[in-house]
Design a protein around this ligand. Structure first.
Ligand code: ZN
Length: 389
């Protein structure tokens, strides 16, 4: 098995699966957006739940599972379908025979959750039932961790807290807390040799004014995943993903990392907020005559390794005033790398399939495309006519 990163076509929303090349074939799912149309067999929207299930393993009781489910932030387009397709609650209560017409629910052996992100989102708008259900599942797991003093926590009960919570609420949770700026390599209770992660966001609690800004900028879990192709090629793909985090957050990250730019490096970037203009600029495109790109925010998102790819998880990107996805934002990303893909255009605008990148020793490989031929070969071809001349 090769390591892979799969972007499911979920219109303007996120649903990304990282499959590691280790003995456990570890799967990390970031966000879900399984809309009713995708579940309807009479609708030709890509059945992303079926596409996901195809890629998952089942345990000894035949139950499908992901090793980790990460919620970037609790907005609708990042957690829709959670209750319909995933198992929430104590594993002892799992029903092996699902009701007729339904499939077995997917177990989340571990979840990575950010109470700080959730607090900011719920101050900004009402959470959906799926988001509320995720929060109560996170609370159940934290409660169990506290009650058991972190001992004997099993599959289906594990949780990592991403980013410190407010007012010492993370106290006693040090064993499962990963603060902003920290790195870790524990996945579902085991040290991994196939991946390690750096947490770049969310920011911890700030002063009132900055808090308001972070809330408006869609505070999200931001993680730089370092993924191995195999034992001899660790860090073959650095994948940077940050939910819907917008301009103020990337600006602040640039301030923190302009002298440690490796922390922002990537071979594959999920364009934040479905290629929204507001990720790169504080100027409104409709209200401002000459909207300017914020240099710091763009710098934070420009730390691309050679041959890097940028993916927009969105509808097809049209050259009109739609936002997101925004055509002008795509143009900006194209100045960073010419390798740009959009889930709403793969394989074409009418019918959609998951966009799957294979992680090779020399980096991510998109489906059906070879990387640009190395320059040496180009010179050899160019010289050929001379020898006949
Ligand atoms: Zn979103």
């Amino acid at each position: 098995m090769s390591a892979k990163i799969t972007f499911f076509p979920v219109a303007n929303g996120d649903m990304t699966l990282i499959s590691l090349n280790d003995n456990d074939d570890t799967n990390i799912l970031i966000d879900v957006n399984i809309r009713a149309a995708a579940d309807n067999p009479d609708d030709d929207t890509c059945d992303v739940a079926a596409e996901l299930r195809k890629r998952l393993k089942t345990d000894s009781s035949g139950r499908p599972y992901v090793d980790v489910f990460v919620l970037s932030h609790p907005d609708k387009d990042h957690c829709t379908g959670l209750c319909n397709h995933f198992y929430l609650g104590k594993l002892e209560d799992y029903v092996d025979e699902p009701p007729e017409g339904e499939e077995k629910k997917i177990i989340m052996r571990e979840i990575w959750s950010s109470p700080m992100v959730s607090r900011r989102a719920s101050k900004n708008h009402t959470l959906t039932d799926d988001a509320k259900a995720f929060n109560s599942e996170a609370r159940r797991r934290v409660k169990l961790y506290r009650e058991n003093n972190g001992i004997n926590i099993n599959d289906g009960d594990r949780i990592l807290i991403i980013g410190e919570d407010e007012d010492q609420k993370s106290e006693g949770l040090e064993g499962i807390l990963i603060k902003q700026g920290e790195t870790f390599d524990t996945i579902n209770g085991k040290r991994s040799t196939a991946a390690w992660m750096r947490v770049l966001g969310p920011f911890p609690l700030q002063d009132e004014e900055t808090e308001t800004t972070l809330r408006k900028n869609h505070s999200s879990v931001i993680i730089q995943y370092h993924i191995a192709a195999d034992d001899s090629n660790p860090d073959a793909c650095i994948f940077l993903t940050g939910g819907d985090a917008e301009v103020a957050i990337w600006k602040k990250l640039w301030e923190n990392h302009k002298t440690t730019t490796d922390n922002l490096k990537y071979d594959l970037l999920l364009a934040p907020h479905h290629c929204s203009w507001h990720v790169l600029s504080s100027d409104s495109r409709s209200k401002c005559d000459d909207p300017k790109v914020d240099a710091d925010a763009k710098n934070a998102l420009s730390q691309a390794n050679e041959g890097a790819f940028i993916v927009s998880s969105s509808k097809a990107i049209k050259d009109d005033e739609t936002d997101p996805p925004c055509h002008a934002a795509k143009e900006e990303y194209l100045t960073i790398t010419s390798n740009f893909e959009c889930t709403g255009e793969y394989p074409n605008e009418k019918s959609h399939e998951p966009l799957e990148f294979l992680i090779a020793a020399d980096g991510p490989q998109p489906p059906g495309k070879k990387k640009a031929t190395p320059k040496v070969a180009a010179i050899a071809v160019a010289r050929e006519p001379l020898s006949h001349g």
